[in-house]
Design a protein around this ligand. Structure first.
Ligand code: AMP
Length: 408
């Protein structure tokens, strides 16, 4: 077993690779970066060395193998050679682990074959994740490669939350059920929220709102996920940057039969041209807030649809949990957009939920409480509302390191 303490975290997309090199002695970032437009004539690598100047290189990366070699070159230039015994493992984000993968898993040929078998339920993500694993294995065949699954945290959901109410045989034959995604983030943030409250995760019930370009909510009871908003695919649930979130499945039949759209066109519409983008032409919350300020009606409506859906989920998850100790906002929108946090929680004092405007407007990259110290709730227990920055890469690194160090 390697005595190294560093973990390289890879998040491979269809045409991109994000990476971070983390030292598990103190969780510090040794380097991070991104390769974009893999397979296109003009690719880009942005590399940030430890405490140093960002370096950008523009060149073609014909495939993921070439991209990872270039990353290895950048790391070597900073004295962070991937051949170094300091490297203990490579941790891979894998989007879909189905029902089989409930824990971080050491990659073997058999594990890789199983991840491949899940491609029909994650056609956009798993192929790229597999490619990432394959090129990393080719680069360091001797090193443990650990797959950390976005779905894993949700595999403990009760059956009544995971089942769609459709014919069981059909559902089972095609593995149609609610898997949930962003699990690494929900797990990390729910624990960090417990820490912020000074409590053991086993004692607290948390609603986590992961609001990035993709978005999902989860209800976490005593450290276990009991409900989450994404389903078979990352399309269900909240309004997102370009995804619709919940729609009547009848919309699909209607668009096909009456609108004449093909299944692929509807897939593209709901996944890439809907959500905030579909409602107002922008998927970046910063733009939407700016346009709303200027009185733009489309941007205002997009904001209101987004926030209305969030409030529905807060109410629903309150009922699922019965008792809520904290609501945690996280990811790009959740961590930065104070107006979203204020609007999503407005008027909920009777549920013990409120946000203090002064605390909400403070900008910080630390976990912080934004609910008022005193609140008239009419008897409902007070809910702590918090902003808790997520760190999926650190969580992947931790899980990968724990696995190679202890086998747990
Ligand atoms: P993520 O997927 O977590 O990286 O989140 C990306 C999204 O966060 C962007 O598309 C923006 O909509 C949003 N975002 C980032 N910074 C801000 C900000 N300062 N205010 C509002 N939204 C932001």
């Amino acid at each position: 077993m390697s005595e190294g303490t560093r973990v390289l975290v890879l998040n491979a997309g269809s045409s991109s690779v994000k990476y971070q090199l983390i030292d598990m002695l103190d969780g510090s970032r040794q380097a991070s970066g991104l390769v974009e437009r893999i397979g296109e004539p003009a690719g880009r690598l942005v590399h940030t060395p430890p405490g140093g100047q960002r370096r950008e290189s523009l060149q073609a990366f014909p495939d993921h193998g070439a991209a990872l070699k270039a990353v290895a070159g950048e790391l070597a230039a900073d004295g962070l050679d991937l051949d170094s015994p300091e490297l203990a493992a490579i941790g891979h984000r894998v989007v879909h682990g189905g029902l089989r993968f409930t824990e971080p898993t050491l990659v073997t040929d058999e594990v890789l074959a199983e991840i491949r078998r899940l491609i029909p339920v994650a056609p956009l993500h798993n192929p790229a994740n597999i490619t990432g694993i394959e090129v990393a294995r080719a680069l360091r065949p001797d090193l443990p490669q650990v797959a950390v699954f976005d779905t894993a945290f949700h595999t403990g959901m009760p059956e009544h939350a995971a089942r769609y109410a459709i014919d069981r045989q059909v559902a089972d034959e095609h593995r149609v059920r609610r898997y949930g995604f962003h699990g690494t983030s929900h797990q990390y943030v729910s624990r960090a929220t417990a820490r912020l409250l000074g409590k053991d995760p086993a004692e607290v019930n948390v609603i986590v709102l992961h609001l990035g370009n993709g978005g999902s909510a989860s209800a976490v009871a005593g450290g276990r996920c009991v409900e989450t908003s994404m389903g078979l695919t990352p399309l269900e649930g909240l309004v997102m940057g370009t995804r619709s979130g919940d729609v009547d499945a009848g919309v699909v039949f209607h668009l096909h039969r009456v609108g004449g759209l093909s299944v692929d066109e509807i897939d593209d519409l709901l996944n890439r041209r809907s959500g905030l983008l579909g409602l107002c032409g922008d998927n970046d919350m910063r733009e939407i807030l700016r346009r709303s300020e200027e009185g733009d009606a489309d941007a205002r409506l997009a904001f209101e649809v987004y926030v209305h859906r969030l409030r529905k989920y807060i109410g629903a998850y309150y009922a699922v949990l019965g008792r809520v100790d904290a609501i945690a906002f996280t990811a790009g929108v959740g961590e930065n957009a104070a107006p979203v946090r204020a609007a999503a929680t407005a008027g909920l004092e009777a549920l013990g939920i409120a946000v203090d405007p002064a605390l909400n407007s403070i900008r910080s990259d630390r976990a912080r409480v934004i609910s008022p110290e005193f609140l008239r709730t009419g008897g409902a227990p007070r809910v702590t509302v918090a902003v808790v920055p997520t760190d999926e890469e650190l969580e992947i690194a931790r899980q990968a390191f724990a696995l190679v160090r202890t086998g747990a």
